[in-house]
Write a protein that binds this ligand. Sequence first.
Ligand code: SF4
Length: 231
Amino acid sequence: MGMGLKDTIRTIDAAFSYQCHACNKCCHGKGIQVNPYETMRLSSHLKITTTQFRHYYLKGQFLKHKENSKACIFLGTKGCTVHKDRPQVCRLYPLGRFRRDSGEEVFTELFPHPESKGVYGDSAKVKDYLKTQKVGSYLKAEKSYLKLIQKMAKAAWHDQSRSKSETAFFKSEDKTIKYADWVLDPDPVIEKYCQWKTIEFPLKIAQKLKLHIEALNAWADGKWNPVIDNY
Ligand code: SF4
């Protein structure tokens, strides 16, 4: 989310509590970037494909705002319309998460909207807050994708006919092979992989996540190629 950060740094065991009073102020003026796992969850929530989701709801990798407004495209009159599948940053709010060079995971705190009705306290710990926000599957998926992207970048690096650097990896202008789309738009990759494995396209998110990562690992290992005609 693009917004001001306080200079408070908390570890996972630090005291922190937050009570949301559904004023929805935090759903305005933010840049909410979504990853492939979140794209899968949100598209499934909306009963559309990940390709359609990217087309209708994203600007680049960020959720669009409503027309002539700073409100998130998913903000309804009674709050978030995709609450069950809202992105990780929305779940963590008002905490921001990052990793120190040492690898330690720490949390910052975002400045609240001046009219926010959220109540801050110290009656629990950061880890308790994460638990109530159900971020476990999001953190696990994020870790898997990070590992996969590093592997894909390495595979592309070693293939002289493809991108020559990690930066170029995600900026490839190659019209046939757009690595970033393979990662950011899971459905077409999963579909091709399922055809290749002669298995049914999965409906459950956990299974989709598993197959997407398995498919792209297979590409990085040189075992399978998902060249997708309509990219
Ligand atoms: S996805 Fe939902 S919780 Fe997140 S900013 Fe949009 S409306 Fe708010």
